[in-house]
Design a binder for this molecule. Structure first.
Ligand SMILES: [Zn+2]
Length: 241
């Protein structure tokens, strides 16, 4: 029971650091999996949202979110509201599988007119938040190289900076096509894939992306990079007007 173990650790970190864990819904065949949202800081200036584990076989995101919470610097980010969805697909995470209990790959279903299940729970928990930066933490099973999906109206430096940071950890996938999508220096730009990050951008969130850490490398290193990226996102948000 990976999820139970994870939630136990999550609760421990919350208690230790005085963080409130909000239950936002129950999912699964028998609604046996509670879903959680965590809010850190307040929104005097800007709100950032991090979401992990929508693909259950991509563990670094959820563990990075937990690691981030352990070391969260409330002074440094005192004006930023941080929203965390630690495990977006608990059923999949529990089993180490991509899909949910209905054998649905949740990530492509955020742009439909009617949302259901996990997607509905997640979307309802962010739709009224004025998100400035959305980051979905994904991983790629087959690859040894890092890449990311980003959404932008004009070329934004921040995504290129994240590629440079990732390069210190893993090689970057610099192919011209990644999974049949045109790519440039590790970026797949503005792919309308119906994902959570796509939906956020369509809703007007100015910065939205999905990072893909390569699962061929040790988990510890993938977690470490994800936490670094989260901090870079927060520093960027803090500096942005
Ligand atoms: Zn994924």
């Amino acid at each position: 029971m990976h999820y139970e173990k994870y939630i136990k650790k999550l609760k421990e970190v919350c208690i230790k650091n005085g963080i409130k864990l909000q239950k936002i819904g129950d999912v699964g065949k028998k609604k046996e999996y509670p879903m959680f949202k965590i809010v850190l800081g307040n929104s005097r200036k800007k709100t950032v949202c991090f979401s992990g584990g929508i693909h259950g076989e991509e563990p670094a995101g959820p563990w990075a979110i937990l690691e981030f919470m352990k070391h969260y610097n409330s002074k440094r980010y005192k004006d930023t509201k941080i929203i965390l969805f630690p495990v977006a697909n608990p059923y999949g995470f529990d089993r180490g599988i991509r899909r949910n209990f209905l054998n649905k790959d949740l990530n492509g279903h955020f742009c439909k007119s009617v949302l259901s299940g996990e997607n509905k729970v997640l979307y309802n928990a962010v739709k009224n938040e004025n998100i400035f930066f959305f980051h979905a933490l994904h991983e790629d099973e087959g690859f040894k190289k890092f890449y990311l999906y980003n959404f932008e109206k004009k070329p934004e430096k921040i995504y290129r900076d994240i590629i440079l940071l990732a390069k210190k950890y893993f090689p970057i996938d610099t192919r011209k096509r990644i999974y049949n999508d045109p790519a440039k220096n590790g970026l797949i730009i503005n792919r309308p894939d119906g994902s959570f990050e796509d939906k956020m951008f369509r809703d007007g969130v100015p910065y939205s992306m999905c990072t893909e850490t390569p699962e061929a490398h040790p988990l510890r290193k993938r977690i470490e990079l994800n936490v670094k990226i989260m901090n870079v996102v927060l520093d960027f948000t803090k500096k942005s007007k």
